[in-house]
Design a protein around this ligand. Sequence first.
Ligand code: ADP
Length: 351
Amino acid sequence: MNKWWTKHEGLSSRLISRASKMDDSIQPLFTFGVIADIQYADIDDGYNFTHTRKRYYRNSLQLLRRANEKWKTETVQPSFILQLGDIIDGFNKKYEASQKALDTVLTEFDRTGIAVHHVWGNHEFYNFSRQDLITSLNSQNTDFAMREDEIKQKHPDNEQSYAYHFSPAPNFRFVVLDAYDVSLIGRQENSEQYNQALKILQEHNGNYDLNQPPAYSGLEQRFVKFNGGFGQDQLEWLDRLLSLSDQKLEKVTIVSHLPIHPSSTDPVCLAWNYDDVLSILYSHKSVVCFMAGHDHDGGYHQDISGIHHLTFEGVIETRPNNDAFGTVYVYEDRMKLKGNGRVPHRSLNYE
Ligand SMILES: Nc1ncnc2c1ncn2[C@@H]1O[C@H](COP(=O)(O)OP(=O)(O)O)[C@@H](O)[C@H]1O
């Protein structure tokens, strides 16, 4: 999606200039790669809904290839890659090319030999059911998934959510959230989550086409069908998990397809109940960073509690001669994002 206002505030430009002055000689504890909104399809270039941004469906694979080449030659090899959702475009469904397109992109990722953590976005659900995605786009090493059995007992009508966490190094934890947990896309019509989503959209969006935002400006714009929200079970699971991280003095990075801070994105791309997630994050001292995709223009904001909210520029709307990916260098006292092309360098100090 695109925005009409700029999110690059004074604070972020100061951080960028500080980042460029930083000492490169210190060895990071580990590194990881980040890429968002590849939206690959073997079709000619097109445009976004409002015809303001060009989309390079076929070329997005070349941009992924260039990212892979860079990651493979990093002096400290990334321990993993975060794929922030919308790995292939919804157009694939129309051409019955969903599986072929997904296989093409996954084969490209496989060339690095680096583990990939896949976040699910709206375009995953335009192409596949949740059951298909569990089989074909399930991250490896998901050893700490949300305990579905426990939740099923409490809410037998609930379908599975795709949320988990992992620790790539002592004192560091990453949490993958399911931003389409409560949603009209990807949920079966008889599920609890679908009915909750319908109620939310009916309350906030009176349009016949629920992909059309209910307002021209402001946060109400987020109540569209192509967004979603986090269910109560997932929020409680996150809260419990962060309490444990607080106790263990961990540094936690949370990722989701949808951004959760209004100053890090165009409001039309915000998660419906972004405020529920923010209030949980504010009640825990362990969270240092939140990473998302969806808004192809990208964004950044450091919030009042010091959490860095990064929205990554989307590959799909990146010109063929440019790039959109990053490598994050993790240190004891900060993370350093080394951006490529449209993704700027940033120094992300822990508060
Ligand atoms: N302003 C709008 N009014 C109506 N439909 C829209 C609007 N913006 C997007 N859509 C539709 O919503 C869906 C998701 O939009 P899209 O731009 O493809 O999302 P993404 O940014 O995730 O690629 C598409 O079917 C698109 O046509």
